[in-house]
Ligand binder design. Structure first.
Ligand code: GDP
Ligand code: MG
Length: 287
């Protein structure tokens, strides 16, 4: 049956910082999702397609569920993960065994419990936490909620293939011409380009301006051999604008340089990136 393949939709869930985006990048063998040591780097559900001889799997990387949410941004983020759940065949739930369990896990489990999808519990960061250093015992009781359990290291790409094999056990066979080939290429979307730039703002500003920044891509234009990208970094206060620009424009140069390098790497194109920092007090409401 050469025209049949396993096909399905898989949601990757878990509280912020458990390694969901790292896992997805390991599966895809390239950077498709934004990872960062700062929590809450992924803001929206990102969908990517994994293809091999045996299967086609569409993965959804969710932003995770946060415990304390008072601000508008946080509330919007918390609505994203449950949205990813409809129509999924398998839910992969990550826990970070190097950290103690907290209330956020309960929230995630609460959401997962409502789904009829097959559920796989993944113990992540096994490279970092082994033996006496891990918090495995705090997570063990979760196992009864799940159909399968596996321990991996997303960062070191350990047992990630094993996880794929587990997922495949639960995916139905489908005629390949019935699988729509509407693959979402992250590089093609302005939103994704914006997220790459925003990630660099985060990395270079550290904790100074947590969630008060967004990036709007105004245009992507082909000019001979280069791709010209115009983007605005929007923030809600003048002092943040000054910080992002930095003394003599030093910060914005650093942000722009690093964002351009990554965009070039991902697109295989030469890129001219034009960044402007603007004050916009209402960007959160438009999301
Ligand atoms: P997300 O919020 O769940 O998407 O988490 P990320 O994928 O952004 O990862 C958060 C942090 O954990 C990053 O600094 C990753 O490098 C780190 N991380 C992810 N997976 C592993 C792992 O298997 N081992 C170790 N040591 N660190 C990891
Ligand atoms: Mg993430």
């Amino acid at each position: 049956m050469e025209h049949m393949k396993k096909y399905g939709l898989v949601a990757v869930m878990g509280r912020p910082n458990t390694g969901k985006s790292t896992l997805l990048n390991a599966i895809m063998n390239q950077k498709v999702a934004i990872t960062s040591p700062l929590p809450q780097t992924t803001r929206k559900n990102v969908r990517v397609r994994y293809k091999e001889e045996r299967c086609i799997i569409d993965f959804i990387d969710t932003p995770g569920i946060m415990d304390k949410v008072e601000d508008l941004m946080g509330k919007k983020i918390n609505k994203e993960a449950p949205r990813a759940m409809s129509g999924v065949d398998v839910i992969v739930c990550l826990v970070d065994i190097s950290r103690p369990k907290n209330e956020e896990e309960n929230k995630v489990i609460g959401i997962i419990r409502k789904s009829t999808a097959k559920k796989i519990l993944v113990y992540n960061k096994t490279d970092q936490a082994i033996g006496s250093k891990d918090h495995l015992a705090e997570y063990n009781y979760l196992e009864e909620e799940f159909d399968k359990v596996i321990a991996v290291s997303a960062l070191k790409n350990k047992h990630v293939k094993g996880l794929i094999n587990l997922i495949l056990e639960y995916l139905p066979e489908k005629e390949t011409d019935e699988i729509d080939d509407d693959i979402q290429i992250p590089m093609g979307s302005n939103e994704y380009i914006g997220e790459i730039i925003r990630e660099k703002v985060f990395l270079f500003m550290r904790r100074e301006i947590p969630y008060s920044v967004t990036v709007e891509v105004e245009g992507v234009e082909e000019k001979k051999k280069i791709l010209v990208i115009k983007a605005n970094i929007l923030t809600n206060a003048d002092r943040y604008k000054k910080m992002i620009i930095g003394k003599g424009g030093q910060k914005i140069k650093e942000i722009g340089y690093n964002a351009r390098k990554e965009l070039e790497l991902m697109s295989g194109r030469k890129i001219f990136l034009e960044l402007t920092v603007k004050i916009d007090r209402h960007w959160e409401e438009r999301l």
